[in-house]
Design a protein. Structure first.
Lengths: 401, 401
């Protein structure tokens, strides 16, 4: 059983963080964050697939194309540095350079993240003026400050940590993320930073990608992706433990711990979904492949009609089945079965008499699982979604540029 | 200039219709409709691509696989005959048979349509008992009764007609459709019936498909497709005019008239979108292909964030560009330009100083056009969408099965 605690990015050995007010946000809240490891950390990263990519995303990709270790990440909130053209790129590069100079690091050892309004260039004077305070404040006790300083419309900070005892010593994982709409292009969007003192092999990226797909990419608040989405894992090896030196069982436990932490962080984003009143797991099983299961689960999880029904606490199987049918995946409709938790509502593609009272009770829960079985194979996938409420419309209609 | 009038399915020569109360709807409203042409009419049809297809869709496809002329279409509202298994198919076939017997027609000369709640078998006794009244009421003055009897949650009936003078005589087009959510699986969904007394060639289906794609498939209320979506064109040739006998110009006019009628009907569905307060054309131009333009336009038109912004009367260019970027189509972000009507808000991928007052005025209009230019080619496509309002959530959250 994995025990997830509330430590954040500084929980693993050798990581330091800070968070300050640089005056980027008009609200006066924390808006500049820094994560630092003296020992260069192996860096694994995934970025938004949006065709319109913010300057920090373009900069980070450029850096990582030629470097696989990183010492620092600087993140500002309140301004996404997106749709800012060449000036945006220059500013992102300059932000990294400011950190490298301040911390006496080599060139291309720092990544940049930005989140906030689109279409405005960064207030570089303010950032420039704040760098020395930001660096001075670095401490291994500042996970929470870091978590706060990367937030925008989030109503809660999102952190998590796991420690694991192995025969080679203790290893630790920590992380923090932000986002309260899957996409919120004017307050763009999902940023996630994971740290570990475990030493990971160079080729860990493909594994990390799979984990991102089943955690951060398996949640949906409003079904889109932003210009700034970023998920970065830093492994600085300061535990002295190398993944490949562990026993097979311990390796599995370590991978599992990392994945559970990522899922834990991702689910906090759904919990904090704009206007969300409940979180529902949409599981699709009995599929021919995991990709098809995921495609159907996403189709259901992003359907406005399904999400309205979740809000209305209505176990509306018709909308779920129709969304599955509209997913583009081919399956025999007459084999479908559907459960709300352990109550079956559809069998062989047709409704069955269900325990109405129990069903109504489940639909009222803050968290529950809906499971659609295609009966065509043995693959499955889950997507975590939230409901579509009046509050969501209010938040997103009343925000004006 | 094409003049669209309010005539319906009986406007072209030789078409008769009726609509009665058979007791299928608990509300007691009209719920059984019949369309009839004594002369067999060439039939062109497109159906939902949803993997879960209602019994009437399965039945019609089966009939049309072997027959290309049709005399009648019977449609019930209040019950979708979807997710009803083998019994559903038997009932659909029996509905057609009842009409064929009553009107003394050959086997497989009648199609069936159903719309309403999912998962309940049809009340066949009631339909059986109503057939003779339904047939007796057939008249060429009943376009409106037909239009009413196919409605579910629609708040307005949707009809249209066009007549055209040609050197060979007058030709006429008429039609009716229903639908107030693009998908509304419990009140499933879009049905459209078009009639013409023009004689059309057997191979007209591919042309008809293109017209459906740019009319009924180019609208979105909530971005999904239902189990019952159907669009049927009947051409009975009673004008005595054959499309191929017309001059090239007249042929173009005839095609144009048919397309404009279909677009007119489709736009009425958007106007009647659940909770909609405004209708917006999302045009994507400068694309490498029409398919790519359509893919981007659909991505924008179905984005909840964009639709909330339309409701909030906020000319939120950031959300529009981000949705375009998330569409899956590859394009250079730095070339994008965006207009709200004739006011430019984005140039070379970056915001430009726009006339704020004029822009605010446009965002307040009941109807307007947003145009995104990719500057990568010369193809374009439009999708017509409506806003996402509190009322939409209310309608779809409060409906309970």
């Amino acid at each position: 059983m994995i025990n997830i605690e509330n430590g954040g990015v500084c929980f693993p050995k050798g990581f330091f963080a800070s968070g300050i007010k640089a005056g980027i946000k008009t609200s006066g809240n924390l808006d500049l964050a820094l994560l630092y490891s003296k020992e260069p950390a192996r860096c694994f990263a995934t970025f938004t697939k949006n065709q319109v990519q913010a300057a920090p995303v373009l900069y980070d990709k450029e850096v990582l194309a030629n470097h696989n270790t990183i010492n620092a990440i600087i993140v500002n909130s309140g301004n996404a540095n997106a749709c800012t053209g060449k000036q945006g790129y220059v500013d992102a590069a300059y932000m990294a350079e400011l950190v490298e100079k301040e911390l006496d690091l080599g060139k291309f050892s720092t990544l940049v993240g930005s989140t906030g309004v689109i279409g405005h260039t960064l207030p570089m004077k303010k950032i420039n003026a704040a760098i020395s305070e930001l660096a001075k404040k670095l401490s291994n006790k500042n996970s929470e400050l870091f978590a706060k300083a990367i937030c925008t419309t989030d109503t809660i900070i999102k952190t998590g940590s796991i420690s694991l005892q192995t025969a080679k010593g203790e290893i630790r994982f920590g992380g923090s993320c932000k986002g309260s709409g899957m996409i919120h292009p004017n307050m763009a969007t999902m940023l996630a930073y994971i740290t570990t003192d475990l030493k990971l092999p160079e080729d860990f990226l493909s594994e990390f990608r799979v984990m991102v797909n089943e955690s951060f990419n398996a949640i949906t608040v409003d079904g889109d992706m932003s210009t700034n989405d970023t998920c970065i894992l830093l492994a600085n090896g300061q535990s002295g433990v190398f993944l490949s030196d562990l026993s097979i069982t311990e390796q599995s436990n370590a991978r599992n711990a990392l994945f559970e932490l990522m899922k834990h962080l991702a689910l906090q984003i759904v919990n904090d979904g704009e206007g969300a009143t409940k979180r529902v797991e949409i599981e699709v099983c009995g599929a021919r492949s995991k990709a098809e299961a995921m495609q159907i689960a996403k189709s259901i999880a992003t359907s406005n009609l399904v999400k309205c029904a979740l809000f209305g606490e209505d176990p509306n199987w018709g909308r779920i089945i129709s969304s599955a049918g509209a997913s583009g995946v081919i399956f025999p409709a007459e084999k479908l079965s559907l459960h709300f938790e352990d109550v079956q509502v559809v069998k062989d593609g047709m409704p069955v008499r269900a325990a109405q009272e129990k069903l109504a009770q489940i639909a009222k829960q803050k968290e529950y699982k809906v499971s659609l079985d295609l009966h065509t194979g043995d693959s499955k996938a889950s997507v975590y979604t939230c409901d579509l409420s009046y509050e969501y419309v209010k938040i997103n209609a009343e925000y004006t540029t």
